[in-house]
Structures are given as structure tokens and as C-alpha cells.
Ligand binder design. Structure first.
Ligand code: TRP
Length: 335
């Protein structure tokens, strides 16, 4: 039996290159070796987007197209929507008893996201979303969680919850591990964390012209003024992109930059080309699936059904282990 993967995304907008190097690339690579479940976390959108819920349906479609366009494959993997698997909500209820408020308040990703969201106060659901994320991961009893660096805190929280449950009631859950991508934190065009809300991202769905325009506006080594100045690739935003999307050419770029033999403009042109040739097959795949909406629809319908079935199995096990099956009382009574 293959081990399981669970990971996924919030449907809040188009996915970007940071998502790709942080997590999508690993998902595509591991599809044959693991039984993969990919979640579209719509409950989790509510943490910081209580309004405009009418947009979520469109964002879900876009996430699906982003996934399909990079090669996540519904014939081998299971795609599903968080709110369509009610066992996740039930598991969240049990898990919520196993976590202290103080523990949640220490979660660095929750703190960072709360600040970025500029909300006046934190809801119970926002503070507790790592518990719900633990339920996402454990509802299919997953072993491995490919994620960006910012999500490692949540996987750590999940491990603690799984251990507590197993210790209290009995062995139900594996202790899952995080797997961080090759480039754990690709900076945005402004050098800060790449994110949709900061408008500093290159999207998987960007056109060649958009990529060139965005790369041209990106910050580079701030200590470099003239093209002949010696550069500092180690602190240059654009050099990090060369490492990620031009790994064969990066050492040469590095040497020329250190010596002042290539200017930022030429270096950026070179990078735009590399990013665009990486994105070319992605764009082709997107166009293919855009023209075939029934494949997209079927992928999520079948995935929801399969995850529901797995979720029921896990919850049967949880009920039994917690003595919540009430066998004697309910024996012979069909639910
Ligand atoms: N919190 C993740 C993000 O913002 C999305 C997510 C929801 C997730 N549930 C998950 C990731 C379970 C991994 C596993 O990107």
C-alpha cells in the first residue's frame, strides 16, 4: 500500500511561482509514489475573507486550472473541496479539545497572517484554523505534507494533535511529516514574501508580456548603481529567481554579476526568457483544460466522493477508538 500525501491551497486568487517551487513541484513529482489527496480549503478562506464569498466558486475553478496546468493529475491523484467532506468539521471538533489556547497563540504563521490581514480582532475560527488544518491532513490519515516553509508550523501542530489523540484513545493516526520544496521561500518582486495580497507575484497564468513587465520592475541588488558595478548575487532578489528557474545558467550569471560583467537589465531579460520557457507548457495545458470544463468538473466530483468515503472510514475508526460508536445503544439501529 502506498503512503499518503495531503496538501492543498486556499482558493483566494491565482497561484504564483512561489507556490510552484514551494509545493506544487513536489506534488507533481510524488504523484506516482504516493496516494495523493489535494484539498481546496474553502472553510479556511473565511478566516480573513468573511465577505465576498460569492467569489469563492470562481477561485476554486482557478485553483483547479492552476493545478491541472502544472501537471497535477486527477487520474492519479484525488482533488477535493474541504467543505464537501463534513468529517473534517467533525474531526476538528474532537481535535479542538486537544489544543490549548496558549499553544495556538504562539503559532508564528497565524500571527503573521493576522497582521497581514489588517483585521480589527481575531475570530475563534482564525485562531483555531491550524486545528482545522490538522483535520484536513488527518481525515485521510496522511503521512506526508508537501508545503511551503510558512506551513511547517501547522504540520508541527498536526503532529502534536495526532500524538495526543493516539496517546489518549489509541493508535489511529500516523504522525505526518512536512516536506518543504527546493526553494522554500521565493521572494516577491519587491523582496518581501510573495503573496497575492501584496501584488508582488508572478502568476502561473501570466502572459509572456506580463512576466517581462513584472521582472523589469523587480528590485535587484540595492548596492548596485551602474551596470559595471560589481554585484552581490547573494542578496539579489533576481538571482534567487535564476537559481529557481535557470539552474543551469545561474552559476554563469553569478560569476558575471560578481565581476560587473552583466548589468541588471540584461540579467532580467535573460530571466524573463527562462521563466517564460518554463511557463510555456503550463500555458498550453491550461488552454487545453479551459476548453474542456467537463474534465475539470469531473475531477472534483470524483475526488469529493473518494475523500468522503475515506473520511467515513477514518471517523468510524475514531468513533470506535473513542467509544463514541455507542454499540450497545445503537446496535441494530440504522443511521
Ligand atoms: N494553509 C494552507 C495555505 O494557506 C492551505 C491548506 C489548508 C493546507 N489545508 C491544508 C496545506 C492542509 C496543507 C495541508 O497555503
Amino acid at each position: 500500500m502506498k503512503k499518503r500525501i495531503l496538501t492543498g491551497d486556499r482558493p483566494t486568487g491565482p497561484m504564483h511561482l512561489g507556490h510552484y517551487v514551494g509545493s506544487l513541484q513536489n506534488r507533481v513529482r510524488l504523484q506516482d509514489d504516493y496516494d495523493c489527496f489535494f484539498i481546496i480549503a474553502d472553510f479556511q478562506v473565511l478566516t480573513d475573507h468573511l465577505q465576498e464569498t460569492e467569489k469563492t466558486g470562481q477561485f476554486i475553478k482557478e485553483v483547479l486550472l492552476d493545478w491541472l496546468s502544472v501537471g497535477m493529475d486527477p487520474a492519479r491523484s484525488t482533488f477535493f473541496i474541504q467543505s464537501r467532506v463534513p468529517q473534517i468539521a467533525e474531526l476538528t471538533m474532537y481535535f479542538s479539545m486537544l489544543v490549548t489556547l496558549a499553544r495556538l497563540q504562539r503559532n508564528p504563521t497565524v500571527k503573521e497572517e493576522f497582521q497581514a490581514a489588517r483585521l480589527r480582532a481575531m475570530s475563534y475560527g482564525f485562531l483555531g484554523y491550524p486545528v482545522s488544518q490538522a483535520a484536513d491532513i488527518l481525515v485521510v490519515r496522511s503521512h506526508l505534507v508537501p508545503v511551503g516553509e510558512d506551513q511547517v508550523a501547522h504540520v508541527e501542530q498536526t503532529r502534536e494533535i495526532a500524538r495526543s489523540f493516539n496517546r489518549l484513545y489509541g493508535e489511529v493516526f500516523p504522525i505526518p511529516e512536512a516536506l518543504v520544496g527546493e526553494v522554500p521561500r521565493l521572494p516577491g518582486l519587491d523582496g518581501q514574501k510573495m503573496s497575492t495580497s501584496r501584488s508582488n507575484a508572478i502568476y502561473l497564468s501570466d502572459t509572456p508580456g506580463e512576466v517581462r513587465r513584472k521582472v523589469n520592475t523587480a528590485i535587484t541588488d540595492p548596492a548596485r548603481i551602474r551596470a559595471t558595478d560589481k554585484g552581490h548575487p547573494g542578496i539579489c532578489n533576481i538571482y534567487q529567481y535564476h537559481s529557481a528557474f535557470n539552474s543551469a545558467g545561474a552559476p554563469d550569471i553569478e560569476q558575471r554579476c560578481l565581476k560587473g560583467n552583466i548589468g541588471c537589465v540584461a540579467c532580467k531579460e535573460n530571466l524573463s526568457e527562462k521563466i517564460n520557457s518554463f511557463l510555456e507548457p503550463v500555458r498550453e495545458k491550461r488552454a487545453f483544460f479551459e476548453a474542456r470544463p467537463s474534465i475539470v468538473r469531473e475531477s472534483i466530483k470524483e475526488g469529493n466522493e473518494r475523500t468522503l468515503k475515506e473520511g467515513k472510514e477514518t471517523l468510524d475508526l475514531v468513533h470506535e477508538t473513542m467509544h463514541f460508536d455507542y454499540k450497545e445503544l445503537l446496535e441494530g439501529v440504522s443511521e
